[in-house]
Design a protein around this ligand. Structure first.
Ligand code: ATP
Length: 290
């Protein structure tokens, strides 16, 4: 299903399991150029850089026969934080997948600054976005090389600066071989919080105008969570952020919240407005945070 550009050639040796393929694509999104089976538009126009205002325009999407999004409208403002919340299975990750163009909508379109993302060169789209997920895909190589995958021409100093910004430099420096420490098979030698900080370091290195965060199921200890929250806050400044989240701190930091249920957007607005509206967001909020 996937073909890779250089330097992703190495990926073919990584024995990515077939069933993990989509997860693999998502995680690799921030790292290297990959092709899906979608038309890559290699000869099409490149995405023109702009403020990065994302819109989902009347988007319907089905996985095969199974419709999971219906007539979804989202207006994701440039340079702000947008949170997508809702119960499991509501369609949050699917929205993220469509923004990353891992799939094309069955109906409707996704635009960035008015440009239909299904028509622009996929490489330019991927360069415009960084993804920080709950799991971080790591290669069985050093920490230095793992971070550098985000921008292969980055110098060692660039990598270290990105790691510092991600609050990763101290733990990396404390390891026996520092940045040259091998991470083990898919990062087995690192904790979940450390892996996530490597993912954030990659996003700093990539310096993309759109930041996609998936905090949905990450289970981190309080100290890691706090460090990651701080790093993401700095990383996000001035960028267009879209977060799938259950975390109160992220929700409270959002400028706009979309509440999803069963493939539909059922409510949207600022946190204050939604709390005052006493609707589905208020219910969700009271259930989750008392
Ligand atoms: P969660 O919070 O549990 O991650 P979610 O809100 O992100 O849920 P999605 O992952 O977008 O929801 O899933 C929406 C619906 O689409 C669910 O019913 C799910 O079972 C289905 N779905 C998700 N991925 C696929 C897939 N690759 N093939 C078929 N159905 C899928």
């Amino acid at each position: 299903m996937l073909m890779c550009y250089d330097p992703a050639r190495r990926l073919s040796q990584m024995r990515v399991r077939a069933e993990a393929m989509l997860v693999g694509v998502r995680m690799l999104f921030e790292l290297i150029d990959m092709k899906t089976t979608l038309n890559e538009n290699a000869d099409g126009p490149a995405l023109q850089p702009g403020p990065s205002h994302i819109r989902l325009e009347d988007v319907t999407f089905a996985y095969g026969e199974r419709k999971v999004l219906e007539n979804v409208e989202m207006d994701i403002p440039a340079g702000k934080m947008t949170a997508i919340v809702g119960l499991s299975g509501a369609g949050k990750s699917t929205v993220m997948n469509l923004i990353m163009r891992l799939y094309d909508p069955t109906e409707g379109r996704v635009t960035i600054d008015g440009q239909d993302i299904s028509r622009v060169q996929s490489t330019s789209l991927r360069h415009a976005m960084a993804y920080v997920g709950q799991d971080t895909f790591l290669f069985s190589t050093s920490i230095m090389e793992n971070i550098r995958y985000a921008r292969p021409d980055a110098s060692d100093d660039d990598v270290k600066a990105a790691a510092s910004a991600a609050f990763a430099h101290d733990f990396i420096s404390a390891l026996p071989q520092g940045y040259q420490t091998p991470v083990g098979e898919n990062g087995a030698f690192l904790s979940g919080g450390q892996r996530q900080r490597i993912s954030i370091a990659r996003a700093f290195l990539k310096d993309a105008s759109i930041l996609l965060l998936d905090e949905a199921t990450s289970a981190l200890d309080a100290i890691s969570e706090e460090k990651i929250r701080e790093a993401v806050q700095v990383l996000g400044r001035g960028r267009t952020r879209v977060a799938i989240t259950h975390r109160l701190s992220t929700i409270m930091a959002a400028d706009v919240v979309y509440v999803m249920e069963d493939g539909h957007v059922i409510e949207t607005g600022s946190v204050d407005a939604l709390l005052q509206a006493n609707g589905p967001f208020r219910d969700l909020y009271d259930k989750q945070f008392g």
